[in-house]
Ligand binder design. Structure first.
Ligand code: ADP
Ligand code: MG
Length: 368
């Protein structure tokens, strides 16, 4: 096991800068998740850490050893990919132990490690089966076993659950979490799925276009986003955004949210003439509260335990380029408790607590 220190790492392919001055210190035994949209450079970092691609600049320390120019085989890092190709003609035991055999380890030691890993991953009843006779989840566990038996200094996992169906993904998420607690090896886990990142990580590194947007534990990332991108990326359904000028006529700094004036003097709005106001769907309540507004639903989706009520935010609604077309076209969203009688065609009274508003500077996109 080892800590990992990434210092000003960058990577370019020709003129394309895919990773810009990336720095991150990972503690020994920590589970860090890199998350961000497709193409933001997540896999690139793992490849640089594992030595599968050379860095264009910067430094990688594994423990107190500089491994920046060390060959992959000498780094003692195990990689688990989304496409966990198992050898079809080998048994589960042979698949798990394959890398050790290549290293000319004694058969007794291989058997010991394979059995230990198989037990940890609960695939020990299937050691003599071939991959085709396993379920998707069992195959993924065999792939993890292959990484574990190497007893590496660190694990790199690149979207290892993407090929599994939703239910199995949730199950394997918990299993990998439990596995990490047992084995305790420093792990860098990559996903584009913010739910996966939030549920698994000690710390989340949220990336965009090869740059770090915020590094924080899941709660902080959700509650105190540093900027508009983080606010929009974390949370499902995503945060709502409306624009408003800042009105100081009364002495206090006031903004308008869905037709209602709100005092935002406790935010750092000095010198800012316009803001983007964010509020999460789950912070909208049915009925009167502190900041009230009327809404005519354009669409109501019932999820059984709760409802998503979509409504038009009018000209103030901010449609972020980060959002998908589908998300943006649906309008603003309230996530409300399921109430028996809900007339979907009638105007609804809804409310917000001003304490749950987020303010952003539209120019810098930073939280205010
Ligand atoms: P992610 O894993 O976050 O989806 P990647 O790290 O795979 O993103 O890729 C980041 C960017 O680098 C993408 O724009 C991708 O097209 C580009 N890229 C990756 N590998 C190469 C390569 N071998 N040559 C040129 N561009 C590449
Ligand atoms: Mg990738």
């Amino acid at each position: 096991m080892a800590s990992i220190s990434i210092q000003n790492l960058h990577k370019s392919y020709g003129t394309l800068n895919v990773l810009k001055e990336f720095s991150l210190d990972i503690e020994d035994g920590e589970f860090v998740v890199l998350v961000g949209p497709s193409g933001c450079g997540k896999s690139t970092i793992l490849k640089l850490l594992a030595g599968l691609e050379p860095a264009s600049g910067g430094k990688i320390m594994l423990g107190d050893r500089d491994v920046t120019d060390v060959a992959p085989g000498e780094r003692d890092i195990a990689m688990v990919f989304q496409n966990y190709a198992l050898y079809p003609h080998l048994t589960v035991a042979q698949n798990i132990g394959f890398g050790l055999k290549m290293r000319k380890m004694s058969q007794a030691e291989i058997d010991r490690r394979v059995m230990e890993a198989a037990k940890t991953l609960a695939v020990d009843p299937y050691l003599n089966r071939r991959p085709k006779d396993l379920s998707g989840g069992q195959r993924q566990r065999v792939a993890l076993g292959r990484a574990i038996v190497r007893e590496p200094l660190a694990f790199m996992m690149d979207e290892p659950l993407s090929n599994l169906d939703a239910k199995l993904r949730v199950h394997m998420r918990a299993e990998i979490g439990a596995l990490h607690k047992r084995v305790g090896v420093t792990t860098v886990y990559v996903t584009h799925d913010q739910v996966e990142a939030m549920t698994m990580a000690d710390r989340v590194v949220l990336m965009r276009n090869g740059e770090i947007q915020q590094i924080a534990d899941p709660d902080t990332l959700f509650q105190k986003p540093d900027n508009l991108f983080v606010a929009s990326f974390i949370g499902s359904p995503g945060m709502n955004f409306v624009s408003s000028p800042v009105d100081r006529a009364s002495g206090a700094a006031m903004v308008e949210v869905l037709g209602t004036k709100v005092d935002v003097s406790d935010h750092n709005v000095d010198g800012v003439s316009d803001v983007i106001v964010g509020f999460r769907p789950e912070h909208i309540n049915l009925g009167d509260g502190l900041v009230n507004f009327n809404v005519r639903p354009s669409l109501v989706e019932s999820l059984g335990s709760e409802k998503y009520v979509y409504f038009d935010g009018g000209s103030t609604q901010v449609r972020l380029s980060a959002g998908t077309e589908d998300e943006n076209s649906k309008g603003l969203i309230a996530r409300v408790a399921h109430t028996g009688a809900f007339d979907e065609t009638a105007e609804q009274r809804m409310s917000l607590d001003p304490a749950n508003l987020y303010l952003f500077d539209p120019k810098t996109e930073l939280a205010l």
